[in-house]
Design a protein around this ligand. Structure first.
Ligand SMILES: [Zn+2]
Ligand SMILES: [Zn+2]
Length: 422
């Protein structure tokens, strides 16, 4: 019996892998330009890391984690998001020092969430992200946003930026927002969904995240978290906007944007890609000034973002349907006869070494089948080697685009560079 892939998982086949490589390369290049260094953390962590880092009341921790007991009886979780692991590594590596030394990391890594699969959302999905520790200045928030937008720009993605002030962890700030949310939604609680009624007691801010139509309709009249936040938050947020303005970044303020995580403080942002339908968020992030302390470190401020590569690729394909990402093979070698058969591997090696281009062939097939394969491969040139060519010490080189054929000396294939334009 055939064994199929797990629900919510996918394979990346070679044509698609070419697009993945483009995205990953742009992420590495741009993060490098901004001074972020790559970090690679394990796929598995102690469950407690996410409970404390992400928040026990979040949907991720409550419903979506792949959690299991290992053979030693420890509770282990497959990483559902990137930030908590990076904070743990920042602390554990000693890079944090005692006073919260500034550090900038980026990652490209798979995340695991047990959720209902839908377009661009999978149970294993790959995210790139960046985390910027040890600096609290509105310019650092703006620079982090610029980094993400720069990546999208270089990938040719059109985007819209939404920002919001969600208030900080200070008691008066948090209480004022909580009370404001409760006051507004308390009056209409009976019309809202079961989840929201539960959130109203445990985590009222999450109500703003609800995607149910009636709840979204009700929340339309809510004045927003920013207006309820403390003076420090409002001043800091104004500084971020000023900094974005000075870089000519266009943004919209969405007073209900809270994002599905508990750890954000003061600033959150989200990037939407038009044309992706209802689920058009490609990335986002914000400031999270209490997580490092929450995970046992000193009081270190931080800001960061995450972006799902599957969504990014969907956006690239939907916005630029003709985009070519895979390089075509340059030379296809076709051969016929016993003498040629002996020559084929040395000739192919010689071409690869000297020219550094993709060289392909099929073995064990008739000449006709080989020519068919050469046509299908999209190769720019076909090199034809038959026994008579071997005797004359000359090969035939056919330009597949023009159909033009040339004879070249066997000893000269190393020098084809100029002629092939490689
Ligand atoms: Zn505040
Ligand atoms: Zn709801």
């Amino acid at each position: 019996m055939k064994i199929n892939i797990l629900k919510g998982m996918y394979d990346v086949l070679p044509d698609d892998a070419a697009v993945w490589q483009v995205v990953e390369q742009v992420v590495r290049d741009v993060c490098g330009l901004y001074g972020f260094g790559e970090i690679r953390t394990p796929v598995m962590e102690k469950t407690e890391l996410f409970e404390r880092g992400v928040g026990k009341q979040t949907d991720i921790v409550k419903k979506e984690m792949y959690t299991f007991e290992d053979k030693g009886g420890r509770s282990i979780t497959l990483r559902p998001e990137g930030t908590a692991s990076v904070v743990r590594a920042y602390l554990e590596s000693g890079l944090c020092l005692s006073q919260g030394e500034p550090a900038k990391f980026f990652y490209i890594a798979p995340m695991f969430r047990y959720e209902r699969p839908q377009a661009g959302r999978f149970r294993q999905h790959v995210q790139f992200g960046a985390e910027y520790f040890g600096v609290k200045d509105p310019v650092s928030d703006a620079e982090t946003v610029l980094l993400l937008l720069d990546i999208y720009k270089r990938l040719g993605i059109e985007y819209e930026l939404n920002i919001n002030n969600v208030g900080c962890g200070k008691k008066d700030c948090r209480n004022s927002i909580r009370d404001g949310v409760k006051e507004y939604f308390g009056k209409r609680l009976q019309e809202m969904c079961e989840d929201c009624r539960a959130r109203y007691e445990t985590n009222p801010l999450r109500i703003l995240d609800c995607k149910k139509e009636t709840c979204m309709e009700i929340s339309k009249g809510f004045k927003g978290t920013g207006e309820l936040s403390c003076g420090d938050c409002r001043q800091y947020y104004a500084g971020i906007k000023k900094s974005l303005d000075s870089s000519d970044v266009r943004y919209s303020e969405n007073p209900k944007l809270v994002r599905g995580l508990d750890y954000y403080t003061t600033f959150v942002f989200e990037v939407l890609a038009p044309g992706l339908g209802a689920q058009n968020s490609v990335g986002g992030g914000g400031r999270y000034d209490s997580m490092v302390k929450e995970l046992g470190g000193p009081d270190v401020p931080a800001v960061g973002f995450g972006s799902g590569i599957e969504r990014v690729i969907l956006a690239m394909k939907s916005q630029n349907p003709g985009g070519q990402y895979a390089a075509k093979p340059k030379i296809f070698v076709v051969f016929q006869g016993e003498k040629a058969y002996k020559e084929i591997l040395p000739v192919m090696s010689c071409l690869r070494d000297a020219l550094g281009v993709t060289v392909n062939a099929v073995f064990g097939k008739s000449l006709k089948a080989q020519m068919r394969a050469a046509n299908k491969s999209g190769s720019v040139y076909t090199l034809i080697i038959g026994d008579s060519e071997i005797e004359k010490k000359k090969y035939k080189l056919k330009n597949m685009e023009t159909g033009e054929e040339k004879e070249i000396n066997a000893g000269e294939i190393k020098n084809l560079k100029g002629m092939l334009g490689v």
